[in-house]
Design a protein around this ligand. Structure first.
Ligand code: GDP
Ligand code: MG
Length: 313
C-alpha cells in the first residue's frame, strides 16, 4: 500500500462521517441555503475541528456556493482546499511526506537529540519505535534511550522494538534516574557516531509537579552533554482524547519547549478533525501522525495530503 492509501485507511473513520454528512446535507440539484450551512457547521464541530475552524469552512462555502445549485464535487473541493489552508500553519516546516527527516531540526554537527514526552498511554513508545524505524530505513544510525524507568515493561517494550528495527538501545535498571538514561543515551550516540538519539520518557500528567520537574531535568541534562540539544522536543498527543490535548500541550510546551507534535491513534477516532483545531490553536506544528499499531504506521504530516484524505471516500 502506498503512503497516501495508508493515510486514507487510517483516517477512514473520520472521513466516513464527513462523507455521510456532506451527502446527507447537500443533495445534487438543490439550492444551497442557510439551513444546509448551519447543519454542516454543527457536524464539523462534532468532528472536533473546533468552532473557529468550522466557522471558517462554512463561511467559505457560503461565499462560494450559497444560493447556487449543489454540485457535490464542488462543495468537496471547497472544503478540501480550506482544510489544507487551515492545516498549513505559519511555521517554516517542510512537509515532505516521502522524506521522514523533512520536519526534523537536525544538529549541524554530531548527533541530533529527540526528546519525546507526553501523558501516559498516548503512544510515546510506539511512536518512538515507528520514528526510529523510519530514520533507520532512511540510512540514519539511531540510538534509543529507554528513559521510562518507572515501569520495567516499558524498557522491555522499547528493547523489543530496537531488536526488530536493528538499532542500538541504552537501558538502565528500573527505578534509575531517567535523566541519567538520557545522558547515557547521548554519550553512546557521540561514542558510536550515531546520527540520532531518541529519548523515551515515562508518561506524566501536566498537573504532576514533581514529574514535570523531572522532565525539566531530563531536558537540561541533554543540553549539558550535547550543546544545542535536544534539537527536537516532540510532544505526543492521543487523537482519541480530542481537544484535551490542547491543554496538555500548553503545559508540556513550557517545560520542554516543544518543537513538534506527534498525533497518535488517528485511526482510532471518527474525530480526526481535532488535528485542525490543534493546528489552529497552537503555535506548535504537527510533525508526524500515527495511523495504526504497526511499525510503519507513522507518517510525516503533510497538510495537503491530510486534507485530501479527510474528505476522500
Ligand atoms: P506510551 O505509554 O505513551 O508510551 O504509549 P504506548 O506507545 O505504549 O502505546 C499505548 C497503546 O497505544 C499501545 O497499545 C499502542 O499499540 C497503541 N498505539 C500507539 N500508537 C497508535 C496508533 O497510531 N494507532 C493505534 N491504533 N494504536 C496506537
Ligand atoms: Mg511508553
Amino acid at each position: 500500500m502506498g503512503l497516501f492509501d495508508r493515510l486514507k485507511k487510517g483516517l477512514q473513520k473520520t472521513a466516513k462521517v464527513l462523507n455521510t454528512d456532506v451527502r446527507d446535507l447537500f443533495r445534487a440539484g438543490e439550492i444551497l441555503n442557510d439551513e444546509h450551512l448551519a447543519q454542516f457547521e454543527r457536524r464539523l464541530i462534532e468532528s472536533d475541528m473546533g468552532v473557529a475552524a468550522s466557522m471558517e469552512i462554512v463561511e467559505e462555502l457560503r461565499k462560494k456556493h450559497r444560493g447556487r445549485t449543489v454540485v457535490v464535487e464542488e462543495i468537496w473541493a471547497t472544503v478540501q482546499s480550506k482544510l489544507h489552508e487551515l492545516l498549513q500553519g505559519q511555521e517554516n516546516v517542510e512537509y515532505d511526506a516521502e522524506n521522514p527527516l523533512a520536519p526534523l531540526n537536525m544538529a549541524e554537527e554530531g548527533p541530533t537529540v529527540i526528546l519525546v514526552a507526553g501523558v501516559n498511554g498516548v503512544g510515546k513508545t510506539t511512536s518512538i519505535a515507528k520514528l526510529a524505524n523510519l530514520l533507520h530505513k532512511a540510512g540514519k544510525k539511531v540510538v534509543l534511550a529507554a528513559g521510562d524507568t518507572f515501569r520495567a515493561a516499558a524498557v522491555e517494550q522499547l528493547t523489543m522494538w530496537s531488536q526488530r528495527i536493528g538499532c542500538d538501545i541504552v537501558t538502565k535498571e528500573s527505578g534509575s534516574d531517567p535523566a541519567a538514561v538520557a545522558y547515557a543515551g547521548c554519550e553512546r550516540a557521540v561514542e558510536t557516531g550515531a546520527d540520532v538519539v531518541i529519548i523515551d520518557t515515562a508518561g506524566r500528567l501536566q498537573t504532576q509537579k514533581n514529574l514535570m520537574q523531572e522532565l525539566e531535568k531530563i531536558y537540561r541534562v541533554i543540553g549539558k552533554k550535547i550543546p544545542g540539544g535536544p534539537h527536537e522536543s516532540l510532544l505526543v498527543l492521543d487523537a482519541t482524547t480530542g481537544q484535551n490535548g490542547i491543554i496538555q500541550a500548553e503545559v508540556f510546551s513550557g517545560i520542554i519547549d516543544a518543537t513538534g507534535l506527534v498525533l497518535a491513534k488517528l485511526d482510532g477516532t471518527a474525530k480526526g478533525g481535532v488535528v485542525v483545531a490543534i493546528r489552529q490553536k497552537m503555535g506548535i506544528p504537527v510533525k508526524y501522525v500515527g495511523v495504526g499499531e504497526q511499525i510503519d504506521d507513522l507518517q510525516v504530516f503533510n497538510p495537503e495530503q491530510f486534507a485530501a484524505a479527510l474528505v476522500s471516500e
